[in-house]
Design a protein around this ligand. Sequence first.
Ligand code: NPG
Length: 368
Amino acid sequence: MNIESIELRQITLPLVSPFTTSFGTQSDRPCVIVTVRAGEAAGYGECVAGDGPWYSYETVATAWHVLEEFLTPRLLGFDLDDPTAVWDLFAPIRGHNMAKAALEMACWDLAAKTRGVSLRDLLGGARDRVAVGVSVGIQASPAALVDTVRRYVDDGYARIKLKIAPGHDEAYVTAVRAAFPDTLVQVDANSAYTLADAPIFQRMDGLDLLLIEQPLADDDIVDHAALQRELRTPLCLDESIHAPDDARHALDLGSCRVINIKPGRVGGHRRSREIHDLCRARDIPVWCGGMLETNIGRAHNVALASLPGFTLPGDISASARYYAHDVAGPDFTLNSDSTLSVPSGPGIGVEPDPTALEVATDRVETFR
Ligand code: NPG
C-alpha cells in the first residue's frame, strides 16, 4: 500500500471560550490537518503547533514549511506496511516533532483502516474508556476561578488542571482546594518559574495536589530534579520531554515522578508508545496531554490513552469544551464516570466534516 497523495490544510477554529496560560490568551486555534491517501483509504492527522513559538519553537508556519519541503516528499510513494517505519523515514530531519507527528499519526490511522482495525487495537490499547479531566485557563480572580471550576465539576469532570503563573498561583489554588476538598487537582505552570521560586511550591505542597506540571524552564531537567527533592508532590514533565531518551534521563536524574505524553511533542504514536513502555517498566504513571485538538487529534489522543500505562486522567475533554462546530465527528461526550469512550470502528473512528473543514480553511495544498 503506497502513499499516493498528501493534503495539507491549514484551518482556524474559534474556541468556545478564550484560554489563558502563562504565555498568553488564545481565542481561536490555528492548526494543520493532514490527509494521507492510498487507494480508496484516507488517514488523518493534526499538527498541534500554535500560531507563535510560545509553547514550543514550532509554529503553524514552520510546520507547513517542514511538511511541504521535507516530510511530504519523503512519504509520497512510501510503502506503508508498518506505521512504525514512518519515524525512521523522517529521522534525518532534526526536530520539528509536531510536523512529523501530524503525518506519522495520519499513517497510523491509514494503516489501521487498511487492516480493518481500530487505532486503539493497532496501538495495543487495553480499555474501552479513558479517564479524562479538564484544563482550566488562568482567570481574573480566585473567586472567578472557583466559579469556572464549579461549572466543570458540575459537568462531571473528576480531575481539574489549573493553569498557574507568578501572581496567579497560591491564592488561586488554595481557593479551589477549599471549595473542592475531594476533587483531584493538579497545576500546570508552562515553565513560568525558576528555582528561586521553590518556596511557592513548598507552600503549595500541602494542598494535596495530584502533581505539579513543568514549573521550571522548558529545556530543563537539572533544576527540576533539585525542586523535586524539596517536594512531596510529584513533579510532572511536559515541555522538557521530546524523546524516549529525554524521559530516561529525567527519570534517572529524579527530575519528575510523572510524565505527560503529548504525541505531537514527541513525534507521534511510535515514540509516545516507547515513552509509555519505558515509564511502565519503571512504574512511572503517564497521562495524555492535550493541545486544544479538534476531534481528529482528540481521537488519536483517546486511542493512545487506552494503553495500559496511562493511569492518570488525560487533558482530553469532551468536544463541547473546545469548539461549537468541530471539523470532524462524531463529537466525544463525557461519560458519567469522567471518561471518554474509545472509538471501536476502523482507524481513529471520526470522519472529517467536509463543509465544516471548508469553512475553517485558510489554505490547502495537495501533493502527489
Ligand atoms: O484540553 O487540550 C486541552 C488543553 C490542555 O492545558 C492544556 N494544554 O500546556 O498542556 C498545555 C496546554 C497547551 C494548550 C499548551 C495549547 C499549548 C497550547
